[in-house]
Write a new protein. Structure first.
Length: 455
């Protein structure tokens, strides 16, 4: 066997040494490259189905333009340029859809809030500077008079304001985790809240102190609702049980069973004798409070959640919100039969609230569509398109004000736009000969060549 010459082994050792050096340098460049300004590895292309960075850039630009109305840009100062715009630029350069979405939200939330006397219309897009929060708002509630607004935050804090002046009243402590449900006592003297702590605290709003603590829930609480007489409240959540708590009698909670999956919302009937629930198993439920008997178990959605529920028409009907179909349904509270076929939403309907007094309902879908609906007629009275993700909404008396809890540490005030009634005119065939307002001024009578009078 021939022996390799010495030069061969020297050459092989040199090549191995060079390869090792290249390997080490390549490894360290992955970590040290960004520090020394080297170009980082190219990120994978964004999901073609995801919103483009340009979409967010254009949306942000519109908000900046609105912020500058009336000379408001003078109030922002250098923080605007150094913080919000810098973050927005980073978002524009990002190739990761999740990253640039996060950065855009950060840019919006970092816009410096000046004196609360700034133009009121800015609250619609940048957050109302009067409703200051220290963490992301995750739950909202309005008292029966519509004069107080409560917001639960991700850190467990609960804040209370006077409305519509937005005067801060209370900062309530006791919960240590995300607040997911709030409800005012019918008298307005107390407020109950719960969430990921798996317990419910009740605060006296005169003293701001905890006066009742209810345990027994095995998982996070999604909804709390008081009975009309205020003697009890229903609570439900991820553990699938509806519990009736009676703080005055100090008796253990009564459990109502039936839903197979998470309960999203509960509501009392006007007489306080029944409790309704919307659950993730596609169903609407109604129980007798006294006996625990199941009055109604109705599947209303195909493979989708029933997200929201409330009694309407003096307790004779239910309004139920859900997905598949993406619709708000009005059904009979006894039989579950559909009473009115309402206009579908673009996406799942996950928000359902009543105005104080219960005359009107507000439904909101995943795409940001909000509709104020008269449950007696099924007519959409006003509509609002809110383009960003939101966690909760709160509606003032007769829809005089609306507060939206966004995902970017902001509470935004909005006005619901009046719904156009042009659809009646679209139904006309042939020439229109005359148009006249009704005496009260909110309806129009139209007459034409091929139609009788249409109101």
């Amino acid at each position: 066997m021939r022996t390799k010459p010495g030069g061969y082994w020297l050459s092989l050792a040199f090549r191995c040494y060079c390869g090792l050096i290249l390997l080490v340098c390549g490894t360290f460049s992955c970590f040290l490259g960004p520090v020394f300004g080297q170009t980082p590895p190219i990120a994978p292309p964004p999901d073609p189905k995801a919103p483009s960075a340009l979409d967010f850039k254009e949306a942000f630009a519109k908000e900046v333009a609105e912020a500058k109305k009336g000379g408001a840009e003078k109030l922002f100062g250098p923080q605007w340029e150094m913080t919000a715009q810098k973050t927005a630029l980073a978002a524009q350069k990002s190739t990761n859809p999740m990253e640039y979405r996060t950065l855009w939200n950060q840019a919006r939330s970092q816009i410096w809030f000046p004196d609360p006397k700034w133009p009121a219309h800015l609250g619609r897009v940048l957050g109302d500077p009067r409703l200051r929060v220290t963490d992301s708002p995750t739950a909202l509630a309005v008292d029966g008079s519509g004069k107080r607004l409560a917001a639960g935050l991700k850190d467990g804090t609960v804040l209370v304001w006077e409305m519509p002046s937005a005067k801060p009243l209370l900062r309530l402590a006791g919960l240590t985790n995300e607040v997911q449900a709030l409800a005012f006592h019918p008298s307005g003297s107390r407020l109950s809240g719960g969430g990921k702590d798996d317990l419910i605290l009740t605060w006296d709003l005169e003293e701001g102190k905890v006066v009742d603590r209810q345990a027994g829930h095995a998982e996070p609480i999604n909804s709390i609702a008081y009975s009309p007489d205020g003697t009890q409240f229903a609570a439900a959540g991820a553990d699938r049980k509806i519990r009736i708590h009676s703080p005055l009698t100090r008796t253990g909670p009564k459990e109502l069973s039936g839903p197979a999956l998470t309960v999203h919302q509960v509501a009392y009937s006007p007489d306080g004798k029944r409790v309704a629930a919307a659950s993730a198993d596609c169903k609407a439920w109604v129980f007798e409070v006294a006996t625990g008997k199941t009055v109604l178990e109705q599947s209303l959605f195909t493979g989708g959640n029933a997200y929201g529920i409330c009694f309407v028409a003096e307790g004779k009907q239910l309004a139920v919100a859900g997905a598949n179909p993406n619709q708000l349904k009005l059904v009979d509270a006894q039989s579950g039969a559909e009473v009115k076929n309402l206009e579908p939403f673009p996406k799942a309907v996950q928000i359902l609230q009543q105005t104080p007094g219960g005359k009107l309902i507000l439904a909101g879908s995943q795409d940001g569509t909000l509709r104020l609906i008269d449950p007696q007629t099924g007519q959409t009275l006003r509509t609002q398109q809110y383009g960003d993700p939101y966690r909760a909404v709160a509606l003032g008396p007769d829809a005089t004000w609306l507060v939206i809890a966004g995902t970017d540490m902001a509470l935004r005030t909005r006005e619901l736009e009046h719904q156009s009634t042009g659809q009646k005119a679209d139904a006309m065939v042939g020439e229109i000969w005359s148009v006249a307002f009704a005496q009260e001024g909110n309806r129009v009578l139209v007459g034409g060549a091929k139609n009788g009078p249409t109101l």
